[in-house]
Structures are given as C-alpha cells and as structure tokens.
Design a binder for this molecule. Structure first.
Ligand code: NI
Ligand code: MN
Length: 217
C-alpha cells in the first residue's frame, strides 16, 4: 500500500482502492477522485474539500447527515463500529476533542469526533484524528494491531509531542507518522525531536514526511 501525506491530517492510502482521509490540504493539490473519503470530524481543517469533491464518504452519523443533505453519498457510522465499503474496512475509534461543523454563520452540531482504523490489502492504518492522549489507545493496539499510527503532535488543539510519545507506546504500531503540526504558528513543533526521542526510547520507527511525499507501507 502507498501512503501519501498532503500536510496537516490529510493522507491518501492507495492500494486496491484509494482512500482520502480528512481532505484539507493548506497547499491544495489533493486527489480529486478518491474511491472513498473518510472524515474524522466536522472541523474545517478536517472536513476540508469533502463537499466539493462529492465522493462516497464515511463519517460519524451527524456529519454524514449534514453531507447527505448536501447531496454527498455519505455513510454514517459511530465509535466502536465498523463498516466495509468497496472491500475496505473502516473501524471508528474514540477521539477526545470537540465537535462542530463549521460554516458561515453559526454552523452545525457535529455529533462527535473520531479516529479510524482502516484495513486494506492486509494492512491496518490508525488515523487518530484530533485527540488528546487517552489510555484506551492501548485497546486500539490490542484489538486492531495497526501497522502504522498517524498521530497529531501539534499541541494546543490536540496532544503535543510528549503526549504523542505515550500514545505511540500505547498503540504499539511499529511505524508512527506525526501529523497536525506546523500548519499554523500556533501548532509549531519539531517533528525531528519527536522522532529522535521516540526512537531512542522505544523500538518504534518514526517517519517525518514532507507534504506531497509518498511511502510504501
Ligand atoms: Ni478538530
Ligand atoms: Mn484539527
């Protein structure tokens, strides 16, 4: 499977199908025709281009309802559940964060916030969404054994590097890719420091990616 990072929390998984997660990329240039879009929550920096792209989309029920009302073929689900779409399995995981669908004016209640374990081509990728550290990340490791964990390290709106190092241990994936940092000055972090400390203290490998970069997993 190929994994491409488009910056912030936006990733493309390319295997049997193409899965675009949280299609917000500050520098643009995200794929326009993924087979499926997965949205972790309604915040604008995650919902991103979802409405404009108009692809089959999986999200928490309330976000799916909002999308369906705008003509998007969305599938709703909720935390702890799984859905198989086009042979790809999406399991929705807890994320400790706030939920809101941002729009001009007041906006809409977003239901909740989530992460995903996505299983395709015998690989499992855990995208944590926006979240604080929580100890049930151990359960995500125990239950789903992800090959890769995509973890926010930006701080302020999510966990920062210190918490994310504990999250990486809890999840136990052999490879961690940091996300949700340096998009704006308020979430400035040094991903190389995160990498060096985590690799010095555990067997976990950290891959710091550049926006637009693709790796094989
Ligand atoms: Ni958020
Ligand atoms: Mn965010």
């Amino acid at each position: 499977m190929e994994l491409t990072w488009y910056g912030h929390s936006c990733f493309l998984l390319k295997g049997n199908k193409t899965i675009l997660i949280d299609p917000f990329a500050p520098e643009g240039n995200i794929p326009k025709t993924p087979d499926i879009i997965a949205v972790t929550h309604g915040h604008a920096d995650h919902m991103g281009e979802t409405v404009r792209l108009n692809r089959p989309t999986v999200s928490i029920n309330e976000v799916a309802k909002y999308l369906k009302a705008r003509g998007i073929p969305a599938e709703g689900m909720n935390i702890g559940g799984s859905i198989v779409m086009e042979g790809v399995k999406f399991t929705m995981t807890q994320a400790i964060h706030s939920a809101w669908i941002e729009e001009e004016g007041l906006g809409f209640a977003g239901g909740g916030t989530a992460g995903f374990v996505i299983e395709m081509d015998d690989k499992r990728v855990y995208h944590a969404g926006d979240t604080a550290l929580f100890s049930d990340m151990k359960l995500i490791g125990e239950l789903y054994h992800p090959d890769v964990a995509l973890l926010p390290i930006g701080g302020r709106f999510t966990m920062g590097p210190e918490e994310a190092m504990i999250a990486a241990r809890y999840v136990g994936a052999p490879l961690v890719i940091p996300m949700h940092y340096n998009t704006w000055p308020v979430i400035s972090q040094d991903p190389e420091l995160f990498k060096s400390v985590l690799e010095r203290t555990t067997d976990i490998k950290v891959r710091v990616m550049n926006p637009g970069e693709t790796i094989q997993i």
